[in-house]
Write a protein that binds this ligand. Structure first.
Ligand SMILES: [Zn+2]
Ligand SMILES: [Zn+2]
Length: 313
């Protein structure tokens, strides 16, 4: 399962009760942090989320409302005695920007590695078995969205294990995806597992106009967390100009992608009550919700369905 906490849902400037962009994704006891706006540490503390086990920090882009919290956060983790390395992922320009941020943070007792992504899409292994896919967003500067996927292996088939002569004591390792050696032969897990099952996919993308790469990444996602800087359709021109989206555009994208849930985030400073503007978005995509600082969900594997769509109990 994947624990998701939206730490900050504000765009541009922090407000009382609304921190700037940051998202925590936890799986298998380890964490990924996406963006680190000013106030992220306090927002994490308020949400009961520890940032100490953060192994990967994914930055969408280098506007201040997404990165100004990073030096302070790294300093706090350093003070907590961390020695394990941290991987910093970001768009073109990461190396230069990381140099500035790390200079502000001061000497660290752990290594910070950087991965600058200039391709349209790139997938890398993340902590807890998550796969991280960075994809190009459409903002005013190079900007990435991120999809986090937890694959699910096929069902273990004991009859195939028996037929292959695998002793029962080795079944668990096969179920966990490891190969085992049996009578001098290597038995790979795919021999005793059924077809791969539907996993979990979470997509976070702000700041962006609606775009094809986001639409592709969002396909079938359990949860989309998308740019909702502007609430009304009347602000579509402004959204286009500044490289953002309206509630309606995000909702339309979620509907087209066949997502299960949508959280809107990165609210503009003038948007005092995002929930009030939700009904119009929900008319397009019923499962649209307003993000809020500390909003949490645990995503679990969806129920298995057979070919005619019936759920397996
Ligand atoms: Zn922003
Ligand atoms: Zn921006």
């Amino acid at each position: 399962m994947v624990d998701v906490t939206l730490l900050g849902c504000g765009g541009t400037m922090p407000l009382p009760g609304r921190a700037l962009s940051a998202l925590s994704v936890r799986c298998g006891g380890r964490s990924i942090l996406v963006d680190c706006g000013e106030g992220t540490q306090a927002a994490a503390r308020a949400a009961g989320v520890s940032l100490a086990k953060t192994d990967v920090i994914c930055l969408t882009h280098f506007h201040g409302d997404h990165i100004f919290g990073l030096p302070g956060m790294l300093q706090t983790i350093a003070n907590q005695g961390r020695t394990e390395p941290i991987l910093l992922v970001g768009p073109a320009g990461l190396k230069k920007m990381a140099g500035l941020l790390l200079a502000l943070a001061g000497p660290m007792p752990f290594a910070v590695h950087g991965l600058e992504i200039t391709e349209n899409t790139k997938t890398l292994p993340g902590p807890g078995g998550l796969a991280i896919t960075a994809f190009a967003a459409d903002h005013r500067v190079p900007c990435l969205g991120y999809a986090f996927s937890l694959p699910r292996a096929g069902r273990f088939l004991p009859e195939k294990a028996k037929a292959a002569g695998v002793p029962q004591r080795a079944w668990k390792r096969l179920q966990q995806g490891e190969s085992v050696s049996c009578g001098g032969r290597e038995i790979r897990p795919e021999i005793v597992l059924g077809p791969a099952r539907e996993g979990i996919k979470l997509v976070y993308c702000t700041d962006t106009r609606p775009c094809l790469s986001l639409e592709r990444a969002a396909a079938g996602a359990e949860l989309l967390i998308l740019d909702g800087t502007y609430a009304t359709d009347a602000e579509a021109d402004k959204a286009q100009q500044y490289g953002h989206s309206t509630f309606g555009q995000a909702a339309a994208l979620a509907a087209k992608a066949g997502a299960k849930r949508l959280w809107l985030t990165h609210f503009g400073g003038a948007l005092e009550n995002p929930a009030a503007a939700l009904p119009a978005a929900q008319a397009i995509f019923a499962a649209a919700e307003a993000g809020a600082d500390g909003k949490q969900i645990t995503l679990t594997f969806p129920p298995e369905r057979d070919l005619c769509g019936a759920e397996r109990f």
